[in-house]
Design a protein around this ligand. Structure first.
Ligand code: FE2
Ligand code: FE2
Length: 190
């Protein structure tokens, strides 16, 4: 069985990948139909992709998990440096996407393509980032970290997320449910 700290990270990844793919699919559907998307839905997805990594997931990795892996497997330090730099770039890419979405919404179809291009680049990059963590970093960590490391990490993660507040966790879950169950109705093109 996987250590609980890894399960938590993988569950975050699954939720983030689901929302990223839902956002790409909603944009693609709008493109195929030739109609404007429901911008409120797209904004909710982008908000999740901004909020969850920046306030929760990246903090768990950069402040807790990665420092312990750095200690136990020095050979992984260059990869961890790259992943941490990608956290920062990912957060600014999502903010840029928010700006590009506003341009599409308020200035019209002429801005659709640049949003689509930015989204595709971000989705490919971030899915690749999570793939490196899951296929390369976490398996090595499982080999090198001790049971005591995993126990301490599980406690630290629980504490970190507890500090962030139960209400935040609840609102992230509610937002995730809204995103994954909402039928994303599309408006007629004005
Ligand atoms: Fe990461
Ligand atoms: Fe991650």
């Amino acid at each position: 069985m996987q250590p609980p700290a890894i399960q938590l990270i993988v569950e975050d990844h699954q939720a983030l990948a689901t929302v990223l793919r839902a956002l790409c699919a909603a944009v693609e559907r709008a493109g195929r139909s030739g109609r404007a998307p429901d911008f409120g839905d797209l904004r909710a997805m982008l908000f999740y992709l901004d909020e969850m990594p920046a306030r929760v997931h990246h903090a768990s990795e950069s402040e807790l998990l990665f420092p312990r892996i750095r200690e136990r497997c020095p050979a992984l330090r260059p990869v961890l440096d790259r992943l941490e730099a990608e956290h920062e770039r990912g957060e600014s890419a999502v903010r840029e996407l928010g700006h590009a979405l506003t341009a599409w919404e308020v200035m019209g179809e002429v801005h659709r393509e640049s949003f689509e291009l930015l989204l595709k680049t971000h989705a490919d990059t971030y899915l690749g980032h999570m793939e490196v963590e899951e296929s390369y970093v976490l398996p090595v960590a499982v080999d090198f970290l001790s049971p005591a490391d995993w126990r301490e990490l599980a406690e630290a993660l629980e504490h970190q997320r507890g500090e962030l507040g139960a209400s935040m966790a609840q609102s992230h879950r509610a937002l995730f449910t809204r995103i994954t169950t909402h039928p994303c109705p599309r408006k007629e093109q004005p």
